[in-house]
Design a protein. Sequence first.
Length: 212
Amino acid sequence: MNLILMGPPGAGKGTQGEILSKRLGIDTISTGVMLRTAIKNQTEVGKLAEQYINDGKLVPDEIMVTIVKERLSQPDCANGFILDGFPRTTAQAEALTASGVKIDKALSLEVDDDMIIERLSSRRECSKCGAPYNIIFNKPKTEGKCDKCGGDLIQRADDNPDTIKNRLNVYHEQTEPIKDYYAKLGLLVTAKGEEELADTTKNVAKALGLEE
């Protein structure tokens, strides 16, 4: 399955992508992790993207399209992939279609803004491998440590309240219209994000037609 995961920041795309990756046996391609790694390593793309991300703004389309196309051409994507964090604009969605990449379904996680703000204030990320956690909804087995690699869990700098509100505004204005684009192509499915992870996971499985 070639799947796109959509939803506002903090909707749980990273967590659901990880669950679906294990269930379907395909890799999750997180543009957010790719960009933050580039920023940490101060690569050319990282330097260009750093200011946009810190301000809660979208990285320019030409940068994102180049990164994603290169990533999807790698062998581990041959049998399917889950795109998390791309496309974020209708122009990106159109560019992805024009590039010949086949998409089977575009899944939108629906979560209210108030719940998003609560989630983001408690979100953590592994400083080594980028695995996502939440100290309320998706706790690590050992406090402050990654279950996968044992790395320290950190809070992202762009998870402060003002930046969160700005990111939500950007999502509603620029990213949410993508739902209409994929709905017209007959590829859009939706799942409600719940407080309990297991409930959200059930909603996602139902939306994608996966048997429990």
